[in-house]
Ligand binder design. Sequence first.
Ligand SMILES: CC(C)(COP(=O)(O)OP(=O)(O)OC[C@H]1O[C@@H](n2cnc3c(N)ncnc32)[C@H](O)[C@@H]1OP(=O)(O)O)[C@@H](O)C(=O)NCCC(=O)NCCS
Length: 295
Amino acid sequence: MTDVVIRPMRPEDVPVAEELSLAAYTDAERFEPPSLVPASPRHSPTRASRWITRTNHLLDTDPGGCWVAEVDGQVVGFAVSFRRDLLWVLASYAVRSGLQGQGIGRPLLEAALSYSRGCLRGMFASSSDPKAYRVYRRAGFSLHPELHLAGVPDRSVIPVVEHVREGTPADFDLMDSLDRQRRDAAHGPDHPLLASLHRLLVIDRPTGSGYVYLHESGAPQLLAASNRRTAARLLWEAIASAPAGEPLEIAHVTPANEWAVDIGLEARLSVSTRGYLALRGMQPPTPYLPHSSLL
Ligand SMILES: CC(C)(COP(=O)(O)OP(=O)(O)OC[C@H]1O[C@@H](n2cnc3c(N)ncnc32)[C@H](O)[C@@H]1OP(=O)(O)O)[C@@H](O)C(=O)NCCC(=O)NCCS
């Protein structure tokens, strides 16, 4: 292989990285175990535009965590990482299909990891690609299997949930404090971004508080709560918001979040394993359903 150059990511690299990540992640699906309900297709214009918006946001907040690999002047890989408080997060990481397994990914991850210096904890969602597993283990991460709940929910079992309301920017302080309780780090600037992309629901009661961002399919994108009972109410509300008769996916559920598995089973969703939550210096957060890239 000709020389690989690792350099900081620039805004003009982001659309190339999006295309490259779509192909590499779609390719990596073959490492997932078979499931009764296949995951929704990765390719959609909305998904692509949200990926670009998120990555531009991270390049803006954390330019020192974003790197690309170049061969002959062409971008062939990238790693996007960021820090919130003392938590380091790897948002996205891929090498062009066909060039993987040739030593490009390792120095890319090393560049991103140099940005984790001083962070006590690390967290990200890993695919089931054994090459990814290998580089993450070498970097000292523990990989916790994640569950994927999917199917058309049985609406007859959905309970009436009270005291849930639409969230506003006035809730961001409360949400940051819930983030600190659950993962020792606020989402900070990520909340305004997430709220611009998704519907936000909040519970703020003396008995418990929590929040959830929802995809238009009803899929929770990120959920944090002060206790399991409040988390369960938010998840039921998410299921209730799903269009009737349409499939729903609840992803990134670690076994530490059995409250969510129990709800999925009650709603007659199927359960399969899919990917890992990679952690360093911390245990799987609960009650918490992480965001796929902003965790
Ligand atoms: C994960 C990924 C970014 C790594 O980049 P890469 O260029 O393939 O990585 P490298 O070649 O530098 O390193 C791969 C390591 O896996 C090892 N490896 C290769 N094939 C393997 C296999 N089948 N099983 C186990 N290990 C394997 C290599 O020997 C190497 O380890 P070493 O450096 O200790 O020898 C890349 O494979 C990729 O894009 N995969 C698809 C998308 C994905 O899963 N991204 C991660 C999402 S979290």
